[in-house]
Design a protein around this ligand. Structure first.
Ligand code: AMP
Ligand code: GLY
Length: 441
C-alpha cells in the first residue's frame, strides 16, 4: 500500500525507516521530510504550513492523486488543527486509515486546561493546579502569593515546547504570569495559564498505541531535555534518549498502567472521544508513584528514535489495526536490547543558530542508526550532499545488549560526524548507568 507520513524531524525519519522495512509498504512519501527521509522515501514538498484547512486540502489532493491508504501524522499541530476531522468529513477520503486523534482527542495536548480537567474527572494522578484566564489575572497573582515555591506556569495551548516556565521566586512567578496573560508572551496559547504544583522526582516518557478500545504499551524512554551536561542550562526539544529505563521496573510500570494508562483510555471511551493513535505520557516518578506532567498526542522526539528500533513487529499492520480498531488482534514484541540516542545540535541552539553548514562523516552503513532531524540535501553548488537545516540536526542511535554497548555504538558514530559548530552532550545515560534499585537520581 502507499503511505504518507507528515513531518520533518528525527521522529519522522525513524518512523519512515521502520515503515520502509514492511513488505506491505509499496510507496512511502514523507511531507516535507528531510535529507534522511529522502534516501528511503520520496519527499513531498507540500508548501506552507501543515496545520490549517488550506494545508489539509493540499494533503487531501495528494492522498487522492497517489492513492494513499495509510496517513500517519508525526507532529501535533495538524492533529490539534483537526486533520482527522477534515478527512472524516469528506466521503472520498473516509477510507483512508489515519493515525492520530481528532480535534477533541488532540486537546489532551492542545489544551493543558482540558487535559487537567480530564485527569481530575478520571482520578488520574497529576500535580495540583488552577487555571486562570486573562480576566482573572488578579486572582492568579493573589493565588501565587500563597502558593509554595518553586511553582510551574504553563501556557494552555501549543507553544512549540516553550510554554512551561518553572519559577523559583514569587516575583518571577507574578511577572511571568502577567507577561503570559496580559502580553500574550506565547500568543494565543497563553491567554489561559495553568498554575501547577512543582513535582520533585525523575521524569519518564511512556508511549501507548491505542485504537480507542484496546491499547498496547510501547517501550518507555528517558529524555535529556537540558542543553548542558548534568542537566544544566536551558530546556531543549531533547538532547538524547535511553530506552528501556532502569527505574521503570515492572512494579512501577504496573502502577503506570493501573493508575494512568487504563483510566486514560477508559476515560476517552466514556466521554465518547474516539482516539486512534499514539499517546505520549510525560510523567514524574515521585518516590515510586507516577504523576502525569503532560499528555502528547504523538510520539516524542528524540524518544521515537530510541523506541522504534526496539519494536520487533511490522509497523504497517500495527498502524492499520490502530486505524481499524483491531489492535487486540495484533501482538507487540519489544526487543530486550537497549537503545541510546544522542542528538547532535547546531551551535547556539536552543537560542539562535545558523543553518546551511556542511555535514561531513555521515556513514553509508555502520552499526549506529543515523536519523536526520534538521537537515536538507545540498544542491550541486553547495559543496556537500547534506547541510544542516535546524537546531537539532541528527539523532544517532546505538542498539546494544546493554546501555554501555548502546552508548558506545552511538558515541563512536557521533565522533565521526562533524560540521562547523556542532554540539552534543557527552553524558547521555550516565545517570541511569549508576542507578540502583531503590536509589534516587
Ligand atoms: P513541557 O514543555 O510540557 O514538556 O514541560 C517542560 C518540562 O517542565 C518538563 O519536561 C518537566 O521537566 C518540567 N515540568 C513540567 N511540569 C512540571 C511540574 N509540575 N513539576 C516539575 N517539573 C515540571
Ligand atoms: N522529547 C519531548 C517531546 O517530544 O515533546
Amino acid at each position: 500500500m502507499n503511505i504518507l507520513l507528515i513531518g520533518s524531524g528525527g521522529r519522522e525519519h525513524a518512523l519512515a525507516w521502520k515503515l520502509r522495512q514492511s513488505p506491505e509498504c509499496t510507496k512511502l512519501y514523507v511531507a516535507p521530510g528531510n535529507a534522511g527521509t529522502a534516501t528511503i522515501a520520496e519527499n513531498v514538498p507540500l508548501p506552507g504550513s501543515h496545520d490549517d484547512e488550506a494545508a489539509f486540502h493540499r494533503i487531501a489532493g495528494f492522498v487522492k492523486e497517489k492513492d494513499i491508504h495509510l496517513l500517519i501524522v508525526g507532529p501535533e499541530a495538524p492533529l490539534v488543527a483537526g486533520i482527522r476531522d477534515y478527512f472524516e468529513q469528506q466521503a472520498d477520503l473516509s477510507h483512508v486509515a489515519l493515525v492520530g486523534p481528532g480535534r477533541v482527542g488532540a486537546l489532551l495536548e492542545g489544551s493543558k486546561d482540558f487535559a487537567k480537567a480530564f485527569m481530575l474527572r478520571h482520578g488520574i494522578p497529576a500535580a495540583q493546579s488552577r487555571t486562570f484566564t486573562q480576566a482573572q489575572v488578579h486572582e492568579g497573582l493573589t493565588y501565587l502569593a500563597t502558593a509554595p515555591l518553586p511553582i510551574v506556569l504553563k501556557a494552555d495551548g501549543l507553544a512549540a515546547g516553550k510554554g512551561v516556565i518553572i519559577c523559583d521566586t514569587l516575583q518571577q512567578a507574578q511577572k511571568t504570569l502577567k507577561e503570559m496573560l496580559l502580553q500574550e508572551k506565547f500568543g494565543e496559547a497563553s491567554r489561559k495559564v495553568v498554575i501547577e504544583e512543582f513535582l520533585e522526582g525523575i521524569e519518564l516518557s511512556v508511549f501507548v498505541l491505542t485504537d480507542g478500545k484496546h491499547y498496547h504499551l510501547l517501550p518507555e524512554a528517558k529524555d535529556y531535555k537540558r542543553i548542558g551536561e548534568q542537566d544544566t542550562g536551558p530546556n531543549t526539544g531533547g538532547m538524547g534518549a535511553i530506552s528501556p529505563v532502569p527505574f521503570a521496573d515492572e512494579a512501577f510500570m504496573q502502577k503506570v498502567q493501573e493508575k494512568i494508562i487504563r483510566p486514560t483510555v477508559a476515560g476517552l471511551q466514556e466521554e465518547g472521544i474516539p482516539y486512534r493513535g499514539f499517546i505520549f505520557i510525560g510523567l514524574m516518578n515521585v518516590q515510586g508513584e507516577p504523576y502525569v506532567i503532560e499528555y502528547n498526542v504523538r510520539l516524542g522526539d528524540p524518544e521515537a528514535e530510541a523506541i522504534i528500533p526496539r519494536l520487533q513487529d511490522d509497523l504497517v499492520p500495527l498502524l492499520m489495526a490502530t486505524a481499524n480498531q483491531s489492535l487486540d488482534q495484533m501482538p507487540v514484541n519489544i526487543s530486550t536490547d537497549t537503545a541510546a540516542t544522542v542528538v547532535m545540535v547546531a551551535e547556539g541552539y536552543p537560542g539562535p543558530y545558523e543553518k546551511g553548514k556542511k555535514i561531513e562523516g555521515l556513514p553509508q552503513t555502520g552499526k549506529a542508526l543515523v536519523f536526520h532531524a534538521g537537515t536538507r540535501a545540498g544542491s550541486p553548488t553547495e559543496g556537500a550532499p547534506v547541510l544542516t537545516d535546524g537546531g537539532r540536526v541528527l539523532a544517532v542511535t546505538g542498539l546494544g545488549k546493554d546501555m554501555a554497548e548502546a552508548l558506545q555504538i552511538s558515541y563512536e558514530q557521533v565522533h565521526q560526524i562533524a560540521w562547523e559548530g556542532q554540539y552534543f552532550r557527552t553524558d547521555i545515560g550516565k545517570d541511569l548507568q549508576t542507578w540502583q534499585p531503590g536509589g534516587n537520581l
